[in-house]
Design a protein around this ligand. Structure first.
Ligand SMILES: [Zn+2]
Ligand SMILES: [Zn+2]
Length: 504
């Protein structure tokens, strides 16, 4: 296979298989600190797509890390109503912040459950590893100890790899969780010796401040977390992660990934992941999706407006490193769904043009089209019958039509369906009554779409009328509008008999 014709998921899987051997371990992860964000979908969909390709080459494990030992640092907009209950917990790890809804053990787990639910809906089934469980079972202890024993060395690696001139005097790899107040954002290590550290809870951050107490703990008490830039390589090391992804901001000069590799190579004296792939941002009309600024669709909206496989396709088709515009409106919707239908129709086994092959692979990574009748036919038939059961029956695809119907109704409600699909069957006056009648009487049941199309052109030519004028007259005679759905297909759906009745 020519590399140019490969989908990015194949290229990454190929590269991984060249440099590593099975079992392949691919990881991805997020901090679940609020309602699911479309960017989160990318975090697991991209890794899942690569995992699917890797599975063709050997045993593959997909791990999803949930960084919920991170500090709870802001109350998400929809939870402002719980501000009174939540505010005292700012600064604590998300996994030790209560769930105000009461349905999960913690705030972090509430949103992790939401993310896990979305993964399952999208057919991704990674092994989910919450950070606090990894810490609790001591997976990080050896690293915390080594980082602390060789603190000056690791501090210098972080300084150089993150392009900083200087580092704070009280910099330490360990972030203690305060015994008194439970916060992790406000503590600092005062001293360390042989697996035991003393700390003070006296730092002030934007959203909270420490309780002022001092304490002492052992690494083996598991009441700490590591700085993010040190946690990441440690986790990759003990989980043997060979592939992981990061958005472009992690890949900048001096960015997190620079430190991750520096730690692997200079501190652990190992190579680190064989592939650290980079992916672009999700954009909405040129701006980065942002929950806090209210830019972009919400996940709920996307899932309500697009059948899941179409959403998967929209995210998996473009180049991985490119920023992806994900805007649903009257201009983009039908184009996207038609492109998806087209991708579904491509025979991936054949010799294909580059663009088509990428579309076919992107489609193969989705859960597949859930309907058989073409959307255009569904729209026309719905305009004619205004009854989904009837549409399903007429098109011989009752299940497919039922699966698409709720989305199509949303599209109609938002006026995203072009006008040509909104009509009634009744004629209006027009200039070419005789010609249109001649056209109608020339139709017979045996004609194919091409025959019908040709007959309009032939009749126009014979009568010295520009073809667009004749098309317009026929539409007016059928639906009182100067244009409509593609005529030949429309006539086939309507039935020749019905057309003759209408144009009698
Ligand atoms: Zn809950
Ligand atoms: Zn405290």
């Amino acid at each position: 296979m020519d590399k140019k014709n490969s989908h990015w998921s194949e290229l990454i899987a190929d590269e991984a298989a060249e440099k590593a051997s099975p079992p392949f371990i691919i990881a991805s992860g997020i901090t679940t600190s609020g309602p699911l964000h479309p960017g989160t979908l990318c975090e697991f969909l991209f890794a899942d797509a690569i995992a699917k390709e890797l599975k063709k080459k050997g045993e593959t494990h997909f791990i999803f890390n949930a960084d919920i030992l991170d500090a709870f640092d802001s109350i998400p907009e929809p939870f402002k109503k719980y501000e009174k209950e939540l505010a005292p917990h700012l600064g604590k790890p998300l996994c030790f912040t209560p769930d105000p809804m009461g349905c999960h053990r913690s705030f972090g787990e509430h949103f992790l459950a939401e993310a896990a639910d979305a993964m399952h809906k999208f057919g991704a089934h990674p092994e989910i590893m919450p950070a606090h469980e990894l810490y609790a079972k001591g997976a990080y202890d050896e690293y915390a100890r080594e980082y602390s024993e060789r603190k000056d060395e690791v501090k210098e690696i972080v300084r150089v790899s993150s392009l900083r001139e200087t580092m704070p005097d009280d910099w330490h790899p360990i972030m203690p969780i305060c015994e008194e107040c439970g916060k992790v954002a406000t503590t600092r290590v005062l001293s360390y010796s042989n697996g035991t550290y003393e700390y003070a809870c006296d730092r002030e951050v934007e959203y909270t401040r420490g309780c002022g107490c001092k304490g002492k703990a052992k690494i083996t008490d598991h009441k700490y977390k590591l700085l993010f830039r040190l946690d990441w390589p440690a986790r990759q090391d003990f989980l043997n992660v060979q592939m992981e992804g990061g958005s472009v901001d992690h890949h900048t000069k001096g960015g997190t990934i620079a430190t991750v590799y520096a730690i692997h190579r200079q501190f652990f004296k190992k190579n680190g992941p064989v592939v650290f792939y980079k992916f672009g941002f999700l954009k909405y009309r040129g701006k980065k999706y942002s929950k806090s600024k209210g830019i972009g669709h919400t996940v709920g909206e996307l899932m309500q407006l697009l059948p899941l496989p179409v959403l998967e396709y929209a995210l998996l088709r473009p180049d991985l490193q490119e920023d992806k515009e994900l805007v649903l409106d009257e201009k983009t919707l039908l184009t996207l769904v038609s492109d998806f239908e087209y991708a579904a129709s491509i025979d991936a086994e054949k010799e294909l043009e580059r663009a088509d092959r990428k579309k076919a692979v992107a489609y193969s990574l989705t859960q597949g089209k859930g309907w058989n009748a073409p959307l255009q036919d569904i729209l026309v038939t719905y305009a004619l019958h205004k009854d989904w059961n009837e549409v399903g029956k007429k098109l011989g695809d009752p299940e497919g039509v039922a699966c698409l119907a709720p989305y199509v109704e949303q599209w109609f409600a938002r006026k995203w369906i072009p006008d040509k699909y909104v009509f009634e069957l009744k004629g209006a006056p027009h200039e070419h009554a005789n010609l249109v009648k001649e056209f109608a009487s020339s139709l017979n049941e045996g004609m194919g779409e091409q025959d019908i199309q040709n007959s309009v052109y032939e009749l126009a030519k014979k009568s010295n009328v520009p073809p667009p004028e004749l098309f317009k007259a026929i539409y007016l005679a059928l639906i009182s509008k100067p244009q409509g759905p593609k005529l030949a297909r429309f006539i086939k759906i309507l039935g020749v008999k019905k057309v003759k009745e209408l144009i009698a």
